[in-house]
Structures are given as C-alpha cells and as structure tokens.
Write a protein that binds this ligand. Structure first.
Ligand SMILES: [Zn+2]
Length: 413
C-alpha cells in the first residue's frame, strides 16, 4: 500500500504549471515575478494545510517546518526549486517541491511526530534564468552569495536581484541571514527529474544518485597563421582549426576509452578570420568535462593538451594556451541514506538503479554544509528544459513514496 496519493501529486504539478507567464508554450516562471508569487502562495497554503509552521526566509525560500521532539537536533530537509527556465517544463524543480508537499501531507495525516525537525523547502532562482547566477537559494543557505551579487546581477531589463527582491516584498539587506549554521541541517534530500534517458532506456522506476559529477571547464586558444586556401600546401600551414579538431577528437576518444561515464563537450568553437577560403589564424574553443572523479576529467584534458602539443611540434608558427575557467569537485551522496532509499523501494516493489547526476542541482551546493542524497524519476525521451518535458505521475509517485518512507524512518530515531 502506498502512503502517497497520485491524485494529489498530479493536482500539485498541474496547479504550479498554471503559474506561468506564457500560456500554452511551456512553463516560464522566473524568480520574484508575479507568477512566482502565485506559485509561492500555493505552496505556502498547501504547507499550512499539512500542519507545517511556514515562513519565507530573507531571500524568499519557503520553509515549512515540522517540529521534532528534539528541536535542536540536525534538521532533515527536503525540497527543490520552483523557478523554471524560459519555456521549460512543469517537472524540473516542482517535482521535488511536490515531494515535500506530499510527504508533509502523509506525515500530517498519520499524526507523525519526528525525533528531529523536518523542513520542507521550495527554493528560488536555481536555474539562473532571470539573473544568471543560478543555485541562488542553496547558495544563500550555505553562505555562498558573492559580494555585491544582489546589486550586480541583473535581468534583461536591467533590474538587479536587490530591486526585484524589494518588489517581491523582501529586504535585500537581510539576505545574509538566510545562511544556516554548520550542524543546523543534517541532511538535504532532493527528488528531481532525471533530465536524461537512462532510467527510461533501462525500464527502471527510480534512480538513486551515487554522486553529482565533478567538472572542469577550459577555454582553449590556438594561434597560427592565415594563408590562402588554394595556394598553401597542407604541410606548410599553421592551421588552428585543424589542430582544434584533432584535439577535440583526441579528448572525445579518451573519454570513450575510459568507459566510466565521463563526458566531454566542445560546444563552442570560433575561428578567425572565419572565412571559408582562408586558413584560420586563430581558433578558440571551450571544453566542458564531467565525471565521477576529477582524475578522469584530468585524463581527458591531458589528451587534449597532448594533441595540441603534437600539432605545435609539427607545425611551426602554431601555439596554444589553455585556461581553466571553472572547477567543481564531485559531491558523493550519503551511503547510509542511499542504502535506505534502496531498501524502501524494495519494500514497495519499486525497481532502482544507481546513476550519476551529470547536472548540478541545489543538492550539489548543500553538500558543502550537510549530508546530501538525491532521487531521480524518469524523464520521457530524456527531455528537459523544453515544453515537452514529461514524467508520468505514477513514476513521480514512486520516487516520492520512497523519499517519504526514508524521511519517516530517519526521523524516527
Ligand atoms: Zn532543476
């Protein structure tokens, strides 16, 4: 027997989807807008209905608290974000918020009194779709807002975060008070849609995340010489595009050879002068490499570098520079919580597999403050950040059910 109810889950998702600024073209709900307020009001009302003590923190994080017998014990926190990308889907973010709502309702119906406090949360600006920063709510909780971020990060109309906060009824000068002390939160457990095809392809009900991948990004600049495309023999060129292409192939081949889930993407290439009949004198490209461990990332990057060194040695006049623009360590999920999630799934006849999270989530930031765990539910055709984004309500319920049972057990001791 399921503790959770699929009709309530469906109603939550459909209700939140209504609070979108573009009717019929996916969900667009940017942080601190009118639609965002409407969604917040819905979430607050549902939380109150589930008997929670509800407050909005200084950056607009909605926190519904179920007090524990020991109010000072580390909090178990669950939830996700409720902002969206532009014309996105109805599940990315809300799936985890609805998990919090439905879990709170189940515990309320049972009259459950936890040992430790449980906090059910809905976070703003995870996507960064309005102000560009992203992971804003979790960064606020972890004290990772950048100096002057509220003034310098602006939307397309030049409205700063601070100005938007005022319009939303918040006092930006108090933003730092969102930060929680180490030890205050024990666990952050987030359900999210997979946003990829692995669960669906393997016909598995629910994914238990093993780790959020680590990543490094680089900007690579290759410099050479422009020449006539017809008159300069191939062996006498310093062709930066060719060197880049070889390096891109070398990096991708190395990632494939590792066969450990490492992915590498070269999503932007720019050449100068950028003409079809002139050898490119400069090529700039980006590398985005992610893996369970940074050793694998370093192995791929080394293969790119080796290839470029070979081009440099073989083509006089060619040189390159690599600049590391971003580095994030992998975030492992708490093994005991993972094991409990598997056990609860088995109890309910729900199939599971472990997978990596290739995308960053609020749980990634929360990992700097407390233990974290994540559950993925299937995404139809692996699609996300598009209006077609879809998860069957029964699939979502499966994920919510095991989160609910896991929280109940963890909060019983
Ligand atoms: Zn998300």
């Amino acid at each position: 027997m399921m503790l959770t109810k699929v009709d309530r889950i469906q109603k939550d998702i459909e209700s939140l989807a209504q609070f979108s600024c573009v009717e019929g073209i996916g969900c667009t709900r940017f942080t601190y807008t009118k639609e965002f307020r409407q969604a917040a009001d819905y979430i607050i009302a549902e939380m109150k209905g589930a008997g929670l003590e509800v407050r909005e923190d200084p950056v607009g994080i909605i926190i519904g608290r179920l007090e524990g017998k020991n109010p000072n014990a580390p909090v178990i926190m669950t939830g996700s974000h409720f902002d969206t990308v532009k014309t996105g889907g109805r599940f990315d973010g809300p799936a985890g918020v609805v998990t919090a709502l439905e879990t709170a309702r189940v515990l309320h119906e049972e009259g459950f009194v936890p040992e430790c406090p449980i906090e059910f949360v809905a976070l703003p600006e995870e996507e960064g779709a309005r102000f560009g920063g992203g992971l804003f709510g979790s960064r606020a909780i972890c004290g990772q807002l950048k100096p002057n971020e509220l003034e310098t990060y602006k939307d397309w109309d030049g409205v700063s975060i601070a100005e938007a906060m005022k319009g939303y009824g918040l006092d930006p000068s108090k933003a730092a008070e969102s930060q929680r002390k180490p030890g205050d939160i024990g666990l952050f457990l987030e359900l999210h849609i997979e946003q990829g095809p692995i669960l669906e392809n393997n016909k598995i009900d629910v994914g238990i995340v093993d780790a959020i991948v680590g990543l490094k990004t680089f900007v690579v600049t290759v410099k050479g010489r422009s020449d006539h495309a017809g008159t300069t023999p191939l062996n006498m060129r310093a062709d930066t595009m060719l060197a880049a292409a070889r390096a891109i192939t070398a990096g991708t081949d190395k990632a494939l050879e590792l066969n450990d889930g490492t992915v590498v993407t070269f999503g932007r290439v720019e050449t100068k002068p950028g003409a079809f009949n002139i050898v490119a004198k400069e090529t700039v490209f980006n590398i985005d490499c992610r893996s369970r461990g940074l050793e694998s990332v370093d192995t791929v990057i080394a293969a790119v570098r080796e290839s470029l060194e070979k081009s440099e040695a073989e083509n006089p006049g060619l040189s390159f520079e690599m600049f590391e623009s971003l580095k994030a360590n992998p975030v492992p999920m708490k093994p005991e919580v993972k094991a409990l999630l598997h056990a609860k799934a088995e109890e309910c006849g729900i199939s599971t597999m472990e997978l990596l999270s290739g995308a960053g989530h609020d749980a990634m930031i929360m990992g700097s403050l407390c233990d974290v765990a994540m559950v993925f539910v299937p995404s139809k055709d692996g699609r996300s950040h598009v209006p077609e984004e879809w998860t069957d309500y029964e699939d979502l319920q499966n994920g919510i059910e095991i989160v609910c049972r896991t929280i109940k057990e963890l909060a019983s001791k």
